[in-house]
Design a protein around this ligand. Structure first.
Ligand code: G3H
Ligand code: 13P
Ligand code: ZN
Length: 309
């Protein structure tokens, strides 16, 4: 048991019918809910920390919480930096003991993205840390981009092959139609599986990563709204689409929004049903249970990752 890199996990998941869940963490209850689910499902696990989460919780806390989770559960866990935007934050996380970092150079031009990614790969690999990079841009409906214009930002398969060869990156996040947050599609959900398959064909040994993979289950949106929330029109990636992506080289599936919704729905419900309570443990307990139930559902039914540890 311990902090591990994604190397073995991805080697097993590549060309299989399951993917490893990468769940975003911000606080203790989220970490506990996730690891308890992974333990019960005997599933491989990546816990990821965004720059915002690092700032919110303060760097030492999340690292120590993940170390505590390993001690408590006996699991092997990958501690991953999500969407590192520059060399500096990637270096800091490598130095802090993360076993995996993402350098997200997707907002840069191709050559600049390559140069930045290469620099991070050199530093991380010298310290035994693996690197995820991103090529192509994830766009949301909130960006007001029409569907045909969205596909202009999708990952180009030939560029992906060149990018991986020139950077030596360990895994690659691709843009095929998913986006971050709760509002992913205005009309019919659409993912470009043909493109995904082309990328996988050109890069059969490279684990692919799907960001923006929350399914935004209507029942959780409805529950949030029922208890005073205001998130109309939320729409995620249908669950069968994630299961399909997993069959085309996707080894890592990123999930954050669904955890936020599950947790918030429970806290809202508790607050409305128990207006007399003010003990944080009273509402954080069901919130933690909701995280666990959501992650267990993902592992079993969306990632097909139960008993793959
Ligand atoms: O992809 C972004 C993740 O959902 C993390 O979001 O930057 O608000 O922590 P955040
Ligand atoms: P969601 O917003 O769909 O949960 O995506 C999370 C993500 O991609 C984190 O990097
Ligand atoms: Zn992401």
């Amino acid at each position: 048991m311990g902090l591990v890199t994604t190397k073995e996990m991805f080697a097993k998941a590549l060309n299989s019918d399951y993917a490893v869940g990468a769940f975003n963490v911000n606080n203790m209850e989220i970490v506990q809910g996730i690891v308890d689910a992974a333990k019960e499902e005997n599933a491989p696990l990546i816990l990821q920390v965004s720059a915002g989460a690092r700032k919110y919780a303060r760097p030492a806390y999340l690292t120590k919480l993940v170390e505590a989770a390993i001690e408590d559960t006996g699991l092997d866990i990958v501690l991953h930096l999500d969407h590192g935007e520059d060399f500096d934050i990637c270096k800091k996380c490598v130095d802090d003991g993360f076993t995996s970092v993402m350098i997200d150079g997707s907002k840069h031009e191709f050559e600049e993205n390559i140069a930045l990614t290469k620099k991070v790969v050199e530093y991380a690999h010298a310290h035994g840390v693996v690197v995820e990079a991103e090529l192509g841009k994830l766009a949301g409906v909130e960006d007001n981009i029409k569907v045909d214009a969205r596909s202009a930002t999708f990952t180009v398969p030939e560029e992906a092959a060149e990018f991986v060869a020139r950077t030596g990156v360990d895994s690659l996040a691709v843009a095929i139609g998913t986006s971050h947050g709760a509002y992913k599609f205005k009309g019919e959900p659409y993912l470009d599986f043909e493109r995904l398959e082309q990328i996988h064909k050109l890069l059969p040994d490279t684990p692919l990563v799907l960001h923006g993979a929350s399914t935004v289950l209507p029942e959780f949106v409805a529950r949030c709204n029922e208890y005073g929330g205001n998130i109309p029109g939320a729409q995620g990636v249908p669950e069968p689409m994630i299961l399909e992506a997993v069959k085309h080289g996707v080894c890592k599936v990123n999930i954050d929004t669904d955890l936020r919704l599950a947790m918030t729905a429970e806290i809202r419900r508790f607050m409305i049903e128990h207006p007399e309570e003010f003990d944080p443990r009273k509402y954080m307990s069901p919130a933690r249970d909701a995280i666990k139930a959501m992650v267990q559902h993902k592992i079993k039914n969306v990632l097909n990752a139960s008993n793959r540890r």
